[in-house]
Write a protein that binds this ligand. Structure first.
Ligand SMILES: Cc1cc2nc3c(=O)[nH]c(=O)nc-3n(C[C@H](O)[C@H](O)[C@H](O)COP(=O)(O)OP(=O)(O)OC[C@H]3O[C@@H](n4cnc5c(N)ncnc54)[C@H](O)[C@@H]3O)c2cc1C
Length: 418
């Protein structure tokens, strides 16, 4: 059997290694467009490579995927984060789980992951062809031919092909897969920070709030977690998650929208009112500037007082009903006009890609092109930050690499289409 892997990234290497381990007699060849395979793995996690997340259950893991969760829920029963940890550790790559559950190689260097993959490729006899970009897949009866971007390379015929070309920023880049009959979900960026130009909040750059609730005004999209104020706007896990949950909607809004911030991490307004009244009763003679509710950072508290049009020199006892209401409104529903987005540490993923409707969820084989499989970010699967995107690459690479045939009912459907 001849197996061709299109794309030498995380999913491609994982699929190739799994295929060769399952079919030792097969010829497995990775075709990589660039001269640098695994280049994203190299720069991932700031060069440390956040390989997976240490969360405890499949349910917990699934929460990290705004797109692809139905497919992954099944897939994680076959290969999940615990399998990833075992996979690397059994191949002499010790890993460490940080307090935030992000898992890194103990060396704190992505090169350990790359060395492991190259070691496996050599041990198993997997071939790698660099500079071999694929532009077309042709069906020839039960086999598939790869046609390369450079005319100097003759097309090559395979029994099975796994496409692992990663996220494509534009739909045009997926035309070669669409022309085979696959549905394509329009690609849009995910995992970005918010630009809030010319707003005084940016003067508070560097302030981190341990826990904030954030939402997109006029939608039901919300998230929570640490929020970082930057010189261009807002970042941090709460914002990155919000960008991921709202990737498609925010693209439709052309990245012009209002973000609502609840600075006190309390949704129950009555509890906030009680909390504030308790301060008024206990500290009525103290200045607003001297008692910071919810231990808000000082500079942020002064900014929020200013936004509430309250002098920091005012006493808590002088706040009055109107002042209290205004303050509570700013504390729990502070609105900022977002105008554009920025990339987070050059780290982003693509929402969209080959539609999961076009592939068999059990095998990751195409429903419209027999013997063609998909894995990694080329699929309409993506996650929030925390090692989950690479986990999706490992899981789908592992399942596609098994090269299983579709179920009997799927085969019948396939036969009808061919
Ligand atoms: C800066 C950065 C840091 C990140 N850090 C993390 C992290 O720490 N943890 C985490 O979980 N996720 C991280 N991510 C996301 C993660 O890297 C990706 O989700 C993951 O690499 C996807 O793997 P993949 O194999 O599907 O695609 P890729 O890794 O993008 O690999 C695809 C490969 O296919 C090749 N290719 C493309 N088209 C063709 C073609 N037509 N023919 C042949 N070859 C082709 C490409 O050159 C590339 O080498 C990060 C992303 C970025 C950008």
């Amino acid at each position: 059997m001849k197996v061709g892997i299109v794309g030498g990234g995380a999913a491609g290497f994982f699929a190739a290694i799994t295929a060769k381990e399952n079919y030792p007699d097969a010829t497995v060849v990775i075709f990589e467009k660039s001269l640098k395979p695994l280049s994203k793995v190299k720069i991932s996690g700031g060069g440390r490579c956040n390989v997976t997340n240490g969360c405890d259950s499949i349910d917990e893991l699934c929460k990290a995927y705004p797109r692809g969760v139905r497919l992954l829920k099944k897939a994680f029963h076959i290969f999940n984060n615990k399998h990833t940890i075992k996979w690397f550790e059994s191949r002499h790559v010790p890993l460490v789980v940080q307090s935030d559950n992000c898992v890194f190689p103990a060396s704190q260097d992505s090169q350990s992951i790359i060395d492991c993959f190259f070691g496996e490729v050599k041990r198993l006899g997997i071939e790698i062809e660099l500079g071999h970009g694929v532009k077309e897949i042709k069906q020839i009866e039960n086999q598939l031919a790869l046609v390369f971007l450079k005319d100097e390379f003759q097309p090559e015929i395979f029994d099975k092909i796994i496409v692992t070309t990663g996220g494509s920023p534009k739909k045009d880049g997926l035309e070669w897969l669409e022309s085979l009959g696959h549905k394509i979900e329009n690609p849009v960026p995910s995992l970005f920070t918010f630009n809030i130009p010319s707003d005084p909040i940016t003067e508070l750059m560097g302030i981190v709030l341990e826990n904030a609730l954030v939402s997109i005004q006029g939608t039901k999209i919300k998230s929570e977690g640490p929020l970082l104020i930057t010189h261009w706007g807002m970042s941090g896990p709460a914002i990155l998650k919000l960008s991921s949950y709202g990737a498609r909607v925010l693209n439709e809004m052309n990245y012009n929208f209002n973000v609502q911030v609840n600075w006190v991490y309390e949704q129950n307004n009555d509890l906030v009112i009680n909390y504030m009244n308790a301060i008024i009763n206990e500290h009525s003679n103290k200045l607003l500037s001297n008692i910071r509710p919810y231990s808000l950072p000082e500079r942020l508290w002064l900014h929020l007082l200013d936004k509430s049009e309250l002098s920091p020199k005012k006493k808590w006892g002088e706040l009055g009903k109107k002042g209290l209401n205004k303050l509570i409104s700013v504390l729990t529903n502070d609105v900022y006009a977002v105008r554009g987005k920025s990339t987070f540490k050059e780290e982003f993923v693509t929402c969209g890609g080959v539609s999961l409707q076009s592939i068999d969820h059990n095998t990751l084989q195409s429903k419209v092109c027999k013997n063609l499989y998909f894995a990694g970010e080329v699929l309409d699967i993506d996650a929030i930050t925390g090692g989950y995107n690479l986990q999706a690459a490992w899981t789908t690479g592992f399942i596609a690499g098994k090269l299983n045939s579709n179920s009997l009912s799927e085969n019948a459907k396939l036969a009808k289409k061919l």
